[in-house]
Design a protein around this ligand. Structure first.
Ligand SMILES: Cc1cc2nc3c(=O)[nH]c(=O)nc-3n(C[C@H](O)[C@H](O)[C@H](O)COP(=O)(O)O)c2cc1C
Length: 200
């Protein structure tokens, strides 16, 4: 698919078929995530990939109410055969920016990073997964873990130094899947509303 078409077609999917993804398809999605830019080429965003039912159960039990899992929206999302949780340790960035080639950066040895690049990089990872999924005509949903981030990572055995920004559900769109969420209630803003040319 052309990039323009991928960007135009991409939307969040909230009803998945339970059919597993082929390993080679999942491999292509994960490889897309590996190719994103990263600050200082730190490449510290890692992914926890859940394809086994038991592992996904552990994840959903940590982040979702049992009632939601059983309602129509929850059931449609929980049926996704793959959940990818991007994880990243801020320490990797602090270490990277103390390396010799970064000593002149204003971030070298910085205590507080005004812009937490590990979260920027994790976002890029998520976007690559969303776009790569659309490129394969698959559905994907990025979702927030509702304050259960630490519980989710602990349930998956992720070391405590790591953070996450949310998770990505991946799979084939269910036959009755329809556009959902805020775009069904809000119009996409036009370019003229968003673009400030040559200044504000
Ligand atoms: C930071 C962020 C958090 C989001 N959290 C959720 C979420 O928790 N649950 C959900 O169903 N969608 C979530 N979304 C999806 C947005 O609602 C969706 O991207 C937006 O409404 C535009 O729709 P589209 O992606 O289908 O074009 C999130 C998106 C972003 C970027």
């Amino acid at each position: 698919m052309q990039l323009e078409e991928v960007l135009r077609r991409r939307r969040m999917t909230r009803r998945f078929e339970a059919t597993p993804l082929r390993p080679e398809t999942l491999g292509r999605l994960l490889d897309a995530a590996r190719r994103v830019p990263s600050a200082g080429f730190t490449q510290a965003v890692e992914v926890v990939v859940l394809t086994q039912h038991a592992a996904r159960q552990r994840f959903w039990a940590a982040v979702a109410d049992p009632g939601w899992v059983e309602d129509r929206e929850g059931a449609g999302i929980v049926s996704a055969p793959v959940v990818v949780v991007p994880v990243v340790s801020p320490a990797a960035y602090r270490d990277r920016y103390q390396e010799r080639d970064k000593t002149t950066s204003s971030l070298a040895g910085a205590e507080g990073w005004g812009i937490p690049y590990w979260l920027v990089d994790a976002s890029f990872c998520v976007l690559a997964l969303l776009l790569a999924a659309e490129n394969e005509h698959l559905g994907a949903l990025f979702f927030h873990l509702q304050g259960h981030e630490a519980a989710a990572l602990a349930a998956l055995g992720v070391p405590p130094a790591y953070q996450t920004i949310g998770a990505v559900a991946l799979g084939t769109r269910a036959p009755d899947e329809q556009p959902s969420g805020s775009p069904t209630r809000r119009a996409r803003r036009g370019l003229d509303e968003l673009v400030h040319r040559e200044g504000w």
